[in-house]
Design a binder for this molecule. Structure first.
Ligand SMILES: COC(=O)C(/C=C/C1=C(C)CCCC1(C)C)=C/O[C@H]1C=C(C)C(=O)O1
Ligand code: AKG
Ligand code: FE2
Length: 360
């Protein structure tokens, strides 16, 4: 079942952060100011961001055993890693960034032709806002469902800038192959048959989200993106060239910044992989912070099971020592649950959890 829009919610007035920045550069409306405990203190990480694993895809493709094991430990220990030598043409990475920035630079009236309806996640605006009292993120987003056709809203694919849609299509095909390859090597690394996850997920759903974070005069008071885990199986994130550091991941209760590696993708394990591996892999909470003087762009692809698919911990990950931590559910239902709740840490995964005393 596909996510359904909610039509009767009152999200209140949502300021467009680029317009705020342009016309009132030193004003932060109250709705953006976080409660003290949510504010982004300096990431005083004991762990430095350089410890986040880097995986060399070209080594995986050659069947390098050490690299495959490195991939598995990255999924188990971090839930996040960066991929280098991924084989996707660098000019395609540049093109998608350029198109995204051309879009964000359009006049507001043009972008508003593709306005995200309240309670939905596709189009231009702020997703995951469900009440007029909810805090807002210091971010403008533009999101589109890409695959399959049934999740596409053709009215939201912009006519301007030229070649935007074409670039998204080409980019999405390449990123899809990357996800398929990663899932294959994850399966092999776990000693399982290579197509296990792909077969289990059916025709995977794929969506793209472009996040633009303008500079903010008080980065200590706001968040670029609220803490959350992704509901996907895998998420592929491209950090804009020259963008400030902004992504932080929660590791041992500390926010660790992810230092961009030029031309690399950041990959994270989503809730679906946590469920199917019965918690062996963790979908890690992450957030984005803003910067006083520089802006930031991220281009994010969510790769998730088909909405028709029933999921739960795979038998390969369940035994007496590791009883089922999650129930079986339909991914369309999970998706609907995910997109109709605000981003709040790992709260959405509660949907699938079963009490510790019980098992499946
Ligand atoms: C922070 O997470 C998201 O924004 C997100 C949204 C994805 C989607 C779109 C932008 C449009 C089409 C539908 C879809 C829900 C995939 C995360 O994606 C995850 C969450 C679920 C659930 C999922 O399947 O992917
Ligand atoms: O911009 C970022 O680095 C984080 C984006 C993100 O987590 C998301 O879009 O789900
Ligand atoms: Fe995310």
């Amino acid at each position: 079942m596909a996510p359904v829009p909610i039509s009767t919610i009152n999200v209140g007035h949502i300021d467009d952060v680029q317009e705020l920045r342009k016309f009132k550069p030193n004003t932060i409306p109250q709705r953006f100011i976080r409660d003290i405990q949510e504010r982004p203190t300096q990431a005083t990480a004991l762990i430095s961001s350089s410890d986040i694993p880097t995986i060399d895809l070209s080594k995986l493709l050659k069947g390098n055993r050490d690299e495959i094991l490195h991939l598995i430990s990255a999924c188990e220990e971090w839930g996040f890693f960066q991929v280098i030598n991924h084989g996707i043409a660098l000019n395609l990475l540049e093109n998608i960034e350029e198109k995204a920035m051309e879009f964000f630079r359009l006049p507001l009236e043009e972008k508003q032709k593709y306005q995200m309806a309240p309670g939905t996640v596709q189009g231009y605006g702020q997703a995951f806002v469900f009440s007029e009292h909810q805090k807002l993120d210091w971010c403008n987003m533009f999101a589109l469902g890409v695959i399959p056709d049934s999740i596409r809203n053709n009215l939201l694919w912009p006519k301007k800038p030229t070649n935007f849609s074409n670039t998204v299509e080409i980019y999405s095909k390449e990123v899809r192959k990357l996800c398929q390859n990663l899932l294959k090597y994850i399966a092999l690394g776990l000693g399982l048959k290579k197509d296990l996850f792909e077969e289990a997920f059916g025709v995977a759903v794929q969506a793209i989200r472009m996040n633009y974070y303008p500079p903010c005069s008080r980065p200590d008071l706001v968040l670029g993106l609220s803490p959350h885990s992704d509901g996907s199986a895998l998420t592929v994130l491209q950090q804009g060239k020259g963008s400030s550091v902004g992504l932080q991941i929660l590791k041992d209760d500390k926010w660790v910044p992810v230092q961009p590696i030029p031309d690399a993708f950041v990959i994270n394990i989503g809730d679906t992989m946590e469920v199917v591996t019965n918690g062996r892999f963790k979908s890690v909470e992450h957030r984005a912070v803003t910067h006083k003087h520089s802006d930031r762009l991220s281009i994010v692809t969510f790769y998730a099971p088909s909405y028709d698919i029933e999921l739960g911990p795979m038998p390969e990950f369940v035994d007496k020592k590791n009883p089922c931590k999650y129930r079986r559910y339909n991914h369309g239902e999970y998706s609907k649950h995910y997109v109709t709740n605000k981003l709040q840490g790992k709260r959405t995964l509660e949907f699938a959890k079963i009490p510790t005393k019980n098992s499946c």
